[in-house]
Design a protein. Structure first.
Length: 424
């Protein structure tokens, strides 16, 4: 029996790992599926019932339980196979109680984030939708910031992603803003208008798809210092690893940087003075140099600064963007990071950047993101459902991409994740 739990991390979390149409397909193939009713899930309970699922407040009869976000330790059941985004692989302190509880209960945890191919590329993700929503919300924040500074621009028409009926409606609105910029131009004091995007993976691709609805011209980071610009063009620049860091000695080598980040230092600050907007879409953990530090922002804003908004889609608290001092929710998605006071203020303008730090951005596009995620996840369900979880881990018959994602097996950390003991 496969169970689908209701999401309870946030009232904004309306996503689901499997949508009704894919549940129907799995039921028709002989799999039994139980769904915990939810008043906020983007697909109504009745659609699951019609698809052949059993609605039940009690998932204890399920062998495998699917979710999206982390599960509170008190809600975990013993000796189950769980699949969800656990956010534990960096040893995140706030999720260690949950990981300890999984071990205590003898559970198995398969983490979507670690379902990767032989080259380490993720096979199932919401990242592109985080990019879509993050870019939409960043442009909304930009409109708010400029409005607070007394500048009326077409960006002030843009709403947050969740306020649109669909992703397509949001795209139409932003394309309309782009046409207005092409026709009327932007206030001269904002020129050259530059949107920088750190990273080039799935999150970045989603963000770029939104930004490219504006009249963009892509330039290279090396061109920024000499950029003049015109009032009808948005300049887009994508930063890669070798723009963000440099080796302490010798030449930059990508694999060496991944394997030995301690041999590199951050150099991204040299680009900050040229950016109007920065979107952070990189993977980061504590081994790597920060993209932007608090001290760099203090220095930037010690004189007149061009940077208005940081859309921190990756949203690691005091991580790649050190000034991301907290995560936010869609009803209050931004804060002003005051560089002198080093704190988050409920303001749209002031001495520091406006920072977007929503850590559940795909939930602002719940229907489209769930449809995409489910279409990929359903292909893995037969292998997960048919495996025997009574055998030793080395004999667990899961495809390699799934076996790599098993963090906990029957209450024990698996070999690849033994390092998490030090965080427990």
């Amino acid at each position: 029996m496969i169970g689908i739990r209701k999401e309870d991390k946030s009232r904004w979390e309306r996503r689901t790992p499997l949508v009704p149409q894919d549940v129907r397909e799995l039921v028709e193939r002989g799999y039994k599926i139980m769904v915990e009713p939810s008043p906020i899930r983007v697909f109504p309970d009745e659609e699951y019932r019609k698809a052949g699922a059993i609605l039940s407040e009690d998932l204890s009869g399920a062998d495998i339980i699917l979710g999206v976000k982390e599960i509170p330790p008190s809600k975990l059941l013993p000796q189950k196979v769980y699949m969800y985004f656990s956010h534990t692989i960096k040893g995140q302190p706030y999720n260690m109680p949950m990981l300890r509880r999984l071990l205590e209960l003898g559970d198995t945890l398969i983490d979507y984030e670690r379902i990767v191919d032989d080259r380490g590329r993720r096979l199932i993700f919401f990242g592109t939708f985080a990019g879509y929503a993050g870019a939409i919300d960043t442009l909304w924040a930009l409109g708010k910031r400029l409005q607070a500074e007394g500048l009326e621009t077409p960006f002030s028409r843009i709403k947050q992603a969740y306020q649109y009926s669909s992703l397509e409606e949001a795209k139409r609105e932003i394309a309309s803003v782009g046409r207005e910029i092409q026709e009327r131009g932007i206030d001269g004091e904002l020129l050259p208008f530059v949107i920088g995007i750190a990273g080039y993976g799935n999150v970045s691709k989603g963000a770029q798809e939104i930004i490219d609805l504006l009249p963009t011209r892509e330039v290279q980071p090396e061109e920024l210092h000499a950029l003049k610009g015109d009032n009808k063009t948005i300049y887009k620049v994508v930063f890669k690893e070798w723009h963000m860091v440099e080796p302490l000695e010798g030449k930059f080598e990508l694999q060496d940087y991944y394997q030995h980040p301690e041999k590199y230092r951050g150099v991204f600050s040299k680009y900050l003075p040229y950016l109007t907007v920065l979107i952070n879409a990189i993977y980061w953990d504590s081994r790597y140099p920060r993209l932007v530090t608090k001290e760099q922002l203090r220095e930037l804003y010690s004189k007149e600064a061009k940077l208005k908004v940081i859309g921190d889609i990756s949203c690691d608290i005091e991580g790649a963007v050190e000034a991301t001092v907290k995560c936010t929710e869609p009803d209050e998605p931004v804060f002003l990071y005051h560089v002198d006071r080093q704190e988050a203020l409920r303001e749209f303008t002031g001495k520091g950047p406006l920072i977007l730090a929503v850590d559940i951005l795909p939930s602002e596009l719940p229907k489209e993101s769930s449809l995409h995620f489910s279409s990929v996840l359903k292909k893995f369900i037969p292998a997960v459902a048919e495996a025997s979880y009574t055998v030793p881990f080395e004999r667990l018959a899961l495809p390699p991409e799934l076996k790599r994602a098993v963090i906990v097996y029957r209450g024990e950390l698996t070999p690849d994740y033994q390092y998490l003991k030090k965080y427990l």
